[in-house]
Design a protein around this ligand. Sequence first.
Ligand code: C5J
Length: 223
Amino acid sequence: MLIAAQPFPFEFDLAHSALVIIDMQRDFIEPGGFGESLGNNVALLEAIVPACQAVLHAWRDAGGLVVHTREAHAADLSDCPPAKRLRGNPALRIGDVGPMGRILVAGEPGNQIIPALSPVAGEIVIDKPGKGAFYATGLHESLQQNGISHLVFMGVTTEVCVQTSMREANDRGYDSLLLEDCTESYFPHFKAATVEMLRAQGGIIGWTATSAPLLAALTPSRR
Ligand code: C5J
């Protein structure tokens, strides 16, 4: 498949590609989680859910591999460096009890992927202690076992976990595409800058595109 993208068209073969959905968990999208504890307006992120859902359904229907990530720490916080927990002066720190359970802790209500994008059987779900999806997760090994060389990214937040994951993917040899209307930041100017910098210099980290050409390529009736 070849789709319109920047800085030039993105070519991929579905059998060797994965859709990677970064951290679409209640902690970031709904009030009462980690995002809000840092002082952010979480309503901004909710707006991308319908676009993400359309891509997820089309990708699933076409038979592509799906990876979901969650930023999640063990209950004893043994995988949360003190620097991450203690930095700044948040209303609630990682591990503290908030309105949706313990902040950014695996298994807590706030740590679940939002219902609109819930994983189904056969999809890979990765709990990641870092911002990047490859750090301390085994994601690279999983992708290699599945013969994956190309990644299509969506999720939040654009300049933190999405960008970090795309950079990690690039260093591991993957070709990556970011779907611009399926990613968001609490800071719109950070999103805009990230989209530009990822595809600058001839695609130094990868490609960006809107979801429309991908949906058209995945869904024969739209072509
Ligand atoms: C943040 C993320 N922003 N998923 N996490 O702390 O981008």
